[in-house]
Design a protein around this ligand. Structure first.
Ligand code: ADP
Ligand code: MG
Length: 302
């Protein structure tokens, strides 16, 4: 076995440091963090232990002092007593822990035809303007109930183009995902427009099933899509019916209020069908509570 001084010399050589190795290693005892550790654990540490741990103390002090060290960027070295010696362990830094937590959260959100930047939106970032207050209160109230009961009714955010409905829902989606629930966040007009080209029959059924059963579904910009009878009754209608049967939280955003949405549902490409529109609207009403979002258009700040 190599002696401590040999080991230290080797390390110093690797790091291109010249000088008396043992003296240098001892200098690590002057490092404030090392000192602090030795004082805190005074009762458990003997002189022999320190002598046997000089290499570790030296490496530790070096890593603490060199903030650019790649290891130190993600993992913080920490001293601990490991039997007869003082040893180093590496714990993820806060930044690293946060990054891996955000990665976990990101996995829980599925964005369908929506920009990836929505993953960055946090509810805490949403400015609490008076116009948004009601929506934020309703969202907070949903989150509280949802914690107790995953079968809580969702919201229907209604308001003009650009007031921040999608932004609010993105914040909500991220909060739900950070609590470990799966969320699908879907842009309805693009999804409906892409139906025929994107899916063979079988995968479309699977997609409908998945959206019908995901713990939380957010349907963005409903009412802006062009519907056929098929996409209204066999896609949207089926998804909403199943979610209603299972009482699964479902959110909507729309430029239309519920009354206007019903009129929109009545008119498909070749037909006018008020009865079917009413049936679909009953599901929307069952699944969500209408909340008006007011405010300036944030897309064109003047
Ligand atoms: P809507 O869905 O109601 O049409 P968006 O949510 O798309 O509106 O918001 C319009 C624009 O304003 C987007 O670019 C969005 O990122 C931005 N925005 C909305 N709310 C906020 C906010 N609270 N803070 C910062 N930017 C916001
Ligand atoms: Mg929107």
């Amino acid at each position: 076995m190599e002696s401590i001084s040999e080991v230290i010399s080797k390390i110093l050589k690797e790091r291109k440091v010249q000088g008396n190795s043992v003296e240098l290693a001892k200098s690590s005892l002057q490092n404030p963090k090392v000192k602090n550790f030795l004082t805190t654990h005074q009762a458990e540490i003997s002189k022999d232990m320190i002598a046997a741990s000089l290499t570790n103390l030296y490496i530790y002090a070096q890593q603490v002092e060199s903030a650019n060290d790649k290891i130190v960027a993600d993992y913080q070295p920490q001293l601990f007593i490991n039997g007869g010696i003082i040893d180093i362990t590496y714990v993820p830094t806060k930044a690293k822990a946060l990054a891996s937590q955000e990665k976990q959260t990101a996995k829980k959100i599925e964005l369908i035809d929506l920009p990836a930047k929505l993953r960055q939106v946090k509810l805490a970032d949403v400015e609490q303007t008076p116009e948004r207050k009601l929506a934020l209160l309703e969202i907070a109230s949903f989150l509280k109930s949802f914690e107790q009961d995953p079968h809580t009714r969702g919201l229907y955010l209604e308001g003009d183009f650009g007031v921040g409905k999608t932004f609010l829902l993105a914040g909500l989606a991220n909060t739900i995902a950070s609590r470990g629930y799966q969320v699908s966040f879907l842009h309805v007009p693009s999804f409906i427009a892409g139906l025929s080209s994107h899916f063979s029959d079988n995968s479309l059924n699977q997609e409908v099933d998945r959206l019908a059963n995901v713990p939380v579904l957010i349907l963005d910009d409903i009412g802006a899509e062009t519907l056929s009878e098929w996409s209204r009754d066999d896609i949207l209608g089926v998804i909403l019916q199943k979610r209603m049967d299972n009482v699964l939280p479902t959110f909507f955003s729309s430029n239309m209020d519920m009354k206007q949405l019903e009129e929109h549902f009545a008119e498909t490409r070749n037909n006018l069908d008020e009865v079917k529109a009413k049936r679909l609207m009953e599901r929307v009403r069952f699944l969500s509570k209408e909340v008006f979002v007011d405010g300036a258009n944030r897309r064109n700040p003047s």
